[in-house]
Ligand binder design. Structure first.
Ligand code: DX5
Ligand code: ZN
Length: 213
């Protein structure tokens, strides 16, 4: 079953509740992009907006941490009730410790990597995580172009999964749209994270019906 995760960064933030309600029937979870202006060249939102989002929906929330000190934020995010925390491997020396801390609380732990970061670097944690997120754009903004080379990473992760009998999920984030969605699914994605592809899509109902199977 393919899941749709809506990245609210691409929503009309002046009317977030209406936006979430509008797409809710067609999605499975909310993707919440936290950026600090250090790890990525953009600032977004954090705790107060997260609390507001939680009041708007019962859907699971994935906090994608694009910050230089993820360890500062894990405890608070868990306390606020996120369902998944996604950490960039580039942002910590202690990924194993962070994964354990997240999983101890029954929160899902995903690890992610930038398009330029080689996949081998996450090999050691594959058996510990609930999922790997392949970044298919350089993190920082919604509405960027899908980097085609990411497909190789998705395929490799799928291959490793079956070769080593592991059960992590494969998520993909950035630039997924009506035109490339089928290719991303064919490569092996389980979770499709989409900003523009969901909030600025006139054909969302059809797309959701076709792919959330
Ligand atoms: C990029 C973010 C993505 C982004 C996805 O830094 O992590 O989640 O909002 O938006 P689209 O699908 O528009 O590329
Ligand atoms: Zn994201």
């Amino acid at each position: 079953m393919i899941k749709f995760s809506a990245s609210i960064l691409a929503a009309d933030l002046s009317d977030l509740k209406t936006e979430i309600k509008r797409v809710e029937p067609f999605i499975d979870e909310i993707h919440f992009d936290i950026m600090d202006g250090h790890f990525v060249p953009n600032l977004t939102f954090a705790y107060p907006i997260l609390e507001a989002v939680k009041k708007c929906t019962k859907l699971p929330i994935d906090a994608h941490l694009m910050v230089t000190n993820p360890e500062f934020h894990v405890e608070k995010l868990i306390k606020l009730g996120v369902d998944r925390i996604t950490i960039h491997i580039e942002t910590t020396y202690h990924i194993n410790k962070l994964i354990s801390q997240i999983k101890e609380t029954n929160t899902e732990a995903f690890v992610t990597l930038n398009p330029g970061t080689p996949l081998n670097i996450i090999e050691e944690v594959l058996s510990d995580v609930d999922g790997i997120l392949v970044m298919s754009v350089n993190p920082g903004f919604s509405g960027q172009k899908f980097i085609a080379k990411s497909l190789e990473k998705i395929k490799k992760l799928k291959e490793w999964k079956s070769n080593y009998g592991m059960d992590y999920l494969i998520a993909v984030d950035g630039g997924i749209n009506n035109d490339n969605i089928q290719t991303v699914v064919n490569a092996g994605a389980d979770i499709l994270i989409m900003g523009y592809g969901i909030f600025k899509n006139d054909n969302l109902e059809n797309l959701s019906r076709t792919f959330r199977i």
